[in-house]
Design a protein around this ligand. Structure first.
Ligand SMILES: CC(=O)SCCNC(=O)CCNC(=O)[C@H](O)C(C)(C)COP(=O)(O)OP(=O)(O)OC[C@H]1O[C@@H](n2cnc3c(N)ncnc32)[C@H](O)[C@@H]1OP(=O)(O)O
Ligand SMILES: CC(C)C(=O)C(=O)O
Length: 515
C-alpha cells in the first residue's frame, strides 16, 4: 500500500451496464465478465438486480458462489420483497452486499414514487434497517441525488446512516451535474450530516453530458471513497463512468489525485473486449484507454516524436493496460521517419533515390486508400525495386469501359525520356490498355500469363498484377501494384516488356527495341 487514500472500485457492468438497451447477457456471459472483474481486483461487483427476474437472481447467486475476492452486491428497490430477494442471492458470497435505493428528488417523489418527503424518510429507515438485519454490508443510494435540495438530501443520508447503511451513494442519475457542483454536494453532505464518517461515500455518475468520469473524480475530491463504474462505460442511456478511465486517471495523475485503488489495469483491455463481445456494443475507435486508436499514431510529426521518445505523445504505456505495443499506423499523414522505420521492420534496405520514389508513391496511394497495410507497402516497394532503372514507364492511363463499348484506353508512356500518347480500343479494358502499349512500343512478344490478386481485403485494396511475355524463347515476368487494376495491369505489362528488352538487347539479341 502506498499510504494514499484507498478508493473502492465498485463495478456495475452486470447491473447498470446490462440496463443498456440490447446489452443483456446470458448467465454464462455474466460469469465470464464476473471472473475477469474478480481477477483484476475490482473491490465490489454489482452482479444484478435479483428481483428483476429469475435469471438475474440465478446470475447473482452463481457469481456470489464463485467470486474469490470481490464483494458481491445485489440491487434492491426500497421494497421489502426486493431486499429479501437480494439478501437471498448475495448470502452465497464470501462477502455480500445489499444495495438498496430510493428516489429523493422532488420530480421523482411527485411523479414516480407518488410519496411525500416524510414518507420517503420513513421508507429509508425501514428498508435500510431490514437490509441490515439480513447482512452487515448495506449500501443506500439516493436516486437522482444531484437534483435533490441539499437540506432534504442531508436528512435522507442521516436517516440511512442511522439505520445502519455502511455506504452512502449519491448518484448523478441523469448525468446533470457539473464537477464543481458534484464535489460541493459531497462536501456539504459530509460536513452537515452527523456521523457522516461512519459511512463510505460513493459516486455513481452517468454520462449524459460526457462528464461521468470528471464528476466521479470531483466527487472523490469532495470526500467520496467509492467509485461506481462500468467496463467501456456501458450503462443506462449514454452510460456510466468508464472503469478503465477512472483507474488510469488515478494512476496516471497520482500527482494531483493522491488515491490508490486495487484494480490491476493490465486486465482492462481484455475486459473491454469481453464486455464488447458479450454486450454486442462495439468500442468506439477513439475511446480513451481501450479504443483501437488509444495507442495508435498516424501523423508524421507524432510518429517522428514517438520514434525519438514515446513520452512525447503518450502519457501511458500501452503494456500497462494490456496492449502489446504502440502502433504507428501508416497513412496519408505519415512522414519519412515512420516510413523508413516501417521499411526496416519489413526488412527492406533501399537507397535514397528509391526511398524517395517509394515514399512519393506511398503518399499517392494513401491519398486514395483508407487503410495502408504492410502488404501494401511491400507491394509498392517490391514494385519500386523491380522497376528501378527501367527506361519505359507508364505515365497516365484513362480507360473508358462498361456495357456500352467499345472499351478504350488513352495511355501516355515515357519512352527513353519522350512522352508518347495513344488511344486504342480493345476487347475489354485490359485488352485496350495492352493494345495502346503495343501501339507506342510495337513488339511481337506474346502474353503468356495475366494474373490479378488483391493485396489486402476490401474494395479499395491494391491489385497486384503479374504479366509474363514471351518472344523467341525468352520469357520475362513483370509485376504492377495499384488500387486501379488497369493501372496495375499496364505497369505489370510495361515492366515485363522492360525486362524482355533488357534481355534481348544483349549483344546477340536485337529483335525488340524501343522505337
Ligand atoms: C437509476 C436506476 O438505474 S434504477 C434501476 C433500474 N433498473 C431496472 O429497472 C431494471 C430491472 N427492473 C425490472 O425488472 C422491473 O422494473 C421491476 C421488476 C424492478 C419492477 O417491475 P414492476 O413491478 O412491473 O414495476 P415497473 O417497473 O413497471 O415500475 C416500477 C415501480 O417501482 C417503483 N419504484 C421505482 N424505484 C423504486 C424504489 N427505489 N423504491 C421503491 N419503489 C420504486 C415505481 O414507483 C413503480 O411503482 P408503481 O408500480 O407503484 O408505480
Ligand atoms: C440505483 C442507482 C445507484 C442508479 O443506478 C442511479 O441512480 O443511476
Amino acid at each position: 500500500m502506498s499510504g494514499q487514500d484507498h478508493v473502492v472500485i465498485f463495478d456495475t457492468t452486470l447491473r447498470d451496464g446490462e440496463q443498456s438497451p440490447g446489452a443483456s447477457m446470458t448467465l454464462e456471459e455474466k460469469l465470464q465478465v464476473a471472473e475477469i472483474l474478480d481477477d483484476m481486483g475490482v473491490d465490489i461487483i454489482e452482479a444484478g438486480f435479483p428481483i428483476a427476474s429469475n435469471g438475474d437472481f440465478e446470475a447473482v447467486c452463481e457469481i456470489a458462489k464463485r467470486a474469490d475476492k470481490a464483494v458481491i452486491a445485489g440491487l434492491a428497490r426500497a421494497i421489502n420483497a426486493d431486499i429479501d430477494r437480494a439478501g437471498d442471492a448475495v448470502r452465497h458470497a464470501r462477502r455480500g452486499r445489499i444495495h438498496t435505493f430510493v428516489s429523493t428528488s422532488p420530480i421523482h417523489l411527485e411523479f414516480q414514487m407518488k410519496k411525500t418527503e416524510e414518507e420517503v424518510l420513513e421508507i429509508i429507515t425501514s428498508t435500510v434497517t431490514r437490509a441490515r438485519n439480513l447482512i452487515d454490508d448495506v449500501e443506500w443510494s439516493a436516486m437522482d441525488a444531484t437534483r435533490t435540495p441539499i437540506e432534504y438530501l442531508s436528512r435522507c443520508v442521516e436517516a440511512a446512516i442511522r439505520a445502519g447503511a455502511t455506504t452512502i451513494n449519491l448518484p448523478d442519475t441523469v448525468g446533470y451535474a457539473t464537477p464543481d457542483e458534484y464535489r460541493a454536494m459531497f462536501e456539504a453532505i459530509r460536513n452537515t450530516v452527523p456521523d457522516a464518517d461512519k459511512a463510505i461515500f460513493s459516486v455513481h455518475c452517468h454520462n449524459d453530458l460526457g462528464l461521468a468520469v470528471a464528476n466521479s473524480l470531483a466527487g472523490v475530491a469532495g470526500g467520496a471513497r467509492q467509485i461506481e463504474c462500468t467496463i467501456n462505460g456501458l450503462g443506462e442511456r449514454a452510460g456510466n463512468a468508464a472503469l478503465e478511465e477512472v483507474v488510469m486517471a488515478l494512476r496516471t495523475r497520482s500527482d494531483v489525485l493522491p488515491y490508490e485503488c486495487s484494480v490491476d489495469p493490465k486486465f482492462v483491455t481484455r475486459a473491454s473486449k469481453l464486455v464488447s463481445a458479450v454486450s454486442g456494443f462495439p468500442v468506439q475507435y477513439n475511446k480513451a484507454i481501450v479504443g483501437k486508436n488509444a495507442f495508435a499514431h498516424e501523423s508524421g510529426i507524432h510518429q517522428d516524436g514517438m520514434l525519438k521518445n514515446a513520452e512525447t505523445y503518450e502519457i501511458m504505456r500501452p503494456e500497462d493496460v494490456g496492449v502489446k505495443e504502440t502502433s504507428l499506423v501508416m497513412g496519408k499523414h505519415s512522414g519519412r521517419h515512420a516510413f523508413r522505420q516501417k521499411l526496416e521492420e519489413l526488412g527492406y534496405e533501399i537507397g535514397d533515390n528509391a526511398f524517395e520514389e517509394a515514399f512519393r508513391r506511398f503518399k499517392e496511394l494513401a491519398d486514395r486508400k483508407k487503410h495502408i497495410y504492410d502488404e501494401d507497402i511491400e507491394a509498392l516497394v517490391e514494385n519500386e525495386i523491380a522497376t528501378q532503372g527501367e527506361q519505359i514507364k507508364v505515365i497516365a492511363l484513362t480507360v473508358i469501359a462498361g456495357t456500352g463499348g467499345p472499351q478504350k484506353a488513352i495511355l501516355t508512356m515515357d519512352v527513353n525520356g519522350r512522352h508518347e500518347t495513344r488511344e486504342c480500343s480493345g476487347d475489354g479494358p485490359v485488352d485496350a490498355t495492352f493494345n495502346a502499349i503495343k501501339e507506342i512500343l510495337p513488339h511481337e512478344a506474346n502474353l503468356s500469363l495475366y494474373q490479378v490478386h488483391a493485396v489486402t481485403e476490401g474494395t479499395d485494396a491494391q491489385a497486384e498484377v503479374s504479366v509474363r511475355l514471351e518472344q523467341n524463347g525468352r520469357m520475362a515476368t513483370g509485376k504492377g501494384a495499384d488500387t486501379d487494376t488497369l493501372v496495375a495491369s499496364a505497369r505489370a505489362y510495361v515492366s515485363a516488356l522492360n525486362r524482355l528488352m533488357a534481355r534481348q538487347n544483349r549483344p546477340d539479341h536485337h529483335e525488340l527495341r524501343a522505337v
